[in-house]
Ligand binder design. Structure first.
Ligand code: FAD
Length: 479
C-alpha cells in the first residue's frame, strides 16, 4: 500500500462497516484491517472477490467452525485452531461471550434482527456532542439501509410466530415483532442463520457495505490481525499486523485509527497496548461491561411433525396466553442444522426443538480486566434483575407447555457483549468522549459495541451502527 492513508479501521462488523461506508463517502482514504476471510457466499462471488473461505458447512464444519477458544483453563490467549474459523468463543465463570470472524463481522452469524434501542431516550444526556434526535435519524437510516422489515403474515414463511400462534390455545405472538434484514421472497428459508448464509437471503455487511466501498477506494486487508496499536512518530497511529495469508508481520500508520474489532477483541487490543505503555492510563478501561440481559434456553418441545429449522433467521416473539408475561421471548429454530455433519437421527430430533432467546436492558455493571494477557469478564448476575425476569419467562413457557426448557442459569452466555470502552465525558467513567475519541489520545476512536454507554435492551446492531455513523460523520465534518 503506497498512498497515504487518512484512516485505518480495525474490524468490519456493524461498527466498522458503517464507519467505513461514511468515511469513504466523505472522500477519505481508508484501509480496513480484518482478521477473518471473505466468506464464500453468492453476493460476495457476485462482487468479484476471488479469495474466499467456506462457511462451516458440510465437511468444512470440522475446520472452519471455530477460530479461537479462550477459557480460564487454557493458555492466556486461548487456542486458535484455524485462522478461517467462524466463531470466537470466550468461556468465563461470570459471563461467556460468543462472537465471530470474517469480513462483515457479526452479520454472518446474526439472526438478522435490526431494531432500535428498546427505549426512545437511549441516547439522551450521554455526553457532549451527542444529539439524541440526530441519533434517532442515524438509527432509522441504518435500519432502512439494512432493508429490515417485519415478517409478513399469511403462512408463507415457515414457523413465523405471528402465524404459528395466531389461534394457539397456549401462546400468542408478541405484539411487536422484530424487523429482520432477510429476503422473505426466497423459497428455501433454510441455512440462513447462525452458521452463515451462503445464498445471500440474509443481508450481510460484506456484500452490503464493504465490497461497494472498495469500488470507492477502500483498501481491504482481509486475514490481517491487528496485534498492537500505539502512537506513531508522525503524530498519528500505528498498527502492527499479522498477515494470516502470506505470513509475517507488517505495520500501517494513519492520522486516525478507528477500533471496531468487537467488544471482546477491542478490549483485548486496548488492554494489551495499554500494558505496553502505548495508551497512557486509560483508567476507565473495562468499566460498564454487560451482556444486554441475554438469556438462552433450549425448549425440548419435541413437536411431532415440526421442522423448526425452516423459516426466517428468527421466528419472532411470543408470550404465554392468560398469564402476565414476565418478558417476551424469541423463538429460534436450529436453522442451518442441515449444513452440519450430524447423525440423521440427532438432526431429526433437533429440528423438533426450539431455542428461546430473551434479552433486556441489564445494568451493564460488570467489568473487564486483563492480567498477564488473560482477559476476564466479571459480571454480577444477581445484581441484574432482568436475568431473573428472563428465568421467570422460561419457567412460564415450561409450565404452560408441559415441556422442559433447559438453561445454563449458572453460566451466563451473551452474544451481545458491550461496554468496557464506553462513551462518557468523565475520563474516570468512560474511555471515549462524545465524538468517539479516546480521552487525551487525539485520533484514536472506538466505534463498536464496546463504546455503547448502556445496554439497549434490544438486538444491538443498529445501536452500534448509529454510534459508528455519528463518529464517522464527525470525523468527516472536522476534516
Ligand atoms: C449467534 C448470534 C446471533 C446474533 N443475532 C443478532 C441479531 O439478530 N441482531 C443484532 O442486533 N445482533 C445480533 N447479534 C449480535 C451482533 O452480531 C453483534 O452485536 C455485532 O456484530 C457487534 O458488532 P461490532 O461491530 O461491535 O463487532 P463484530 O460484528 O463482532 O465485528 C468485529 C470484527 O472485528 C474483527 N476483528 C476482531 N479482532 C480483530 C483484530 N485483532 N484484527 C483485525 N480484525 C479483528 C472480527 O473478525 C470481526 O469481523 C448476534 C450475535 C451472535 C453471535
Amino acid at each position: 500500500m503506497h498512498e497515504r492513508l487518512d484512516a485505518i479501521v480495525i474490524g468490519s462488523g456493524f461498527g466498522g462497516a458503517f464507519a467505513i461506508d461514511h468515511l469513504v463517502n466523505a472522500g477519505l482514504r481508508v484501509a480496513l484491517v480484518e482478521r477473518g476471510p471473505w466468506r464464500d457466499t453468492a453476493p460476495v462471488r457476485a462482487a468479484g472477490i476471488t479469495q474466499r473461505s467456506p462457511l462451516p458447512h458440510g465437511r468444512h464444519a470440522f475446520t472452519h467452525l471455530v477460530r479461537r477458544v479462550s477459557a480460564p483453563f487454557l493458555p492466556a490467549r486461548g487456542i486458535a485452531p484455524h485462522a478461517h474459523g467462524l466463531f470466537d468463543l470466550h468461556l468465563d465463570r461470570d459471563m461467556s461471550v460468543v462472537c465471530s470472524s470474517g469480513v462483515g463481522g457479526g452479520s454472518h452469524v446474526y439472526t438478522a434482527m435490526n431494531t432500535p434501542p428498546a427505549v426512545d431516550h437511549y441516547w439522551d444526556n450521554r455526553a457532549d456532542g451527542i444529539d439524541a434526535a440526530a441519533m434517532r435519524a442515524h438509527c432509522d437510516a441504518a435500519i432502512a439501509r439494512m432493508g429490515a422489515r417485519v415478517t409478513p403474515t399469511g403462512g408463507r414463511i415457515p414457523n413465523a410466530t405471528a402465524d404459528r400462534y395466531a389461534n394457539h390455545p397456549l401462546f400468542s405472538a408478541g405484539a411487536d415483532q422484530p424487523a429482520m434484514s432477510y429476503d422473505y421472497a426466497r423459497d428455501a428459508h433454510r441455512d440462513n442463520a447462525i452458521f452463515g448464509c451462503a445464498d445471500g437471503s440474509k443481508t450481510t455487511l460484506d456484500a452490503l457495505l464493504v465490497a461497494p466501498a472498495m469500488q470507492r477506494g477502500l483498501t481491504v486487508l482481509d486475514l490481517h490481525e491487528a496485534l498492537a496499536i500505539g502512537p506513531d512518530n508522525n503524530g498519528g497511529w500505528r498498527v502492527t499486523l499479522r498477515d494470516h495469508r502470506g505470513g509475517g508481520y507488517r505495520h500501517l500508520a494513519a492520522p486516525r485509527l478507528l477500533l471496531a474489532a468487537g467488544t471482546l477483541n477491542t478490549l483485548r487490543l486496548l488492554f494489551e497496548s495499554r500494558a505496553r505503555g502505548a495508551l497512557g492510563a486509560m483508567s476507565a478501561l473495562g468499566l460498564g461491561f454487560g451482556g444486554n440481559g441475554d438469556s438462552i434456553g433450549y425448549w425440548a418441545c419435541n413437536e411431532h411433525d415440526a421442522d423448526y429449522s425452516l423459516g426466517a433467521p428468527c421466528h419472532g416473539h411470543f408470550v404465554p396466553r392468560g398469564v402476565p408475561a414476565a418478558a417476551p421471548l424469541m423463538s429460534v429454530g436450529l436453522n442451518g442444522i442441515d449444513a452440519l455433519p450430524l447423525p440423521a437421527a440427532l438432526r431429526r430430533r433437533l429440528k423438533r426443538d426450539l431455542v428461546l432467546v430473551g434479552m433486556g436492558a441489564d445494568e451493564a455493571n460488570g467489568f473487564a480486566s486483563c492480567r498477564d494477557g488473560r482477559l476476564r469478564f466479571h459480571y454480577p448476575a444477581a445484581a441484574n434483575p432482568v436475568l431473573a425476569r428472563m428465568r421467570a419467562a422460561f419457567a412460564d413457557v415450561a409450565r404452560v407447555s408441559g415441556k422442559p426448557v433447559h438453561t445454563l442459569a449458572r453460566f451466563p452466555v451473551t452474544v451481545h457483549p458491550l461496554g468496557g470502552a464506553r462513551v462518557d465525558d468523565n475520563p474516570a467513567r468512560g474511555v471515549i468522549d462524545g465524538r468517539g475519541q479516546a480521552h487525551g489520545l487525539p485520533g484514536l476512536y472506538i466505534v463498536d459495541a464496546s463504546a455503547l454507554p448502556a445496554a439497549p435492551g434490544s438486538p444491538p446492531s443498529m445501536s452500534i451502527a448509529t454510534w459508528a455513523t455519528h463518529v464517522a460523520h464527525g470525523i468527516a465534518r472536522r476534516g
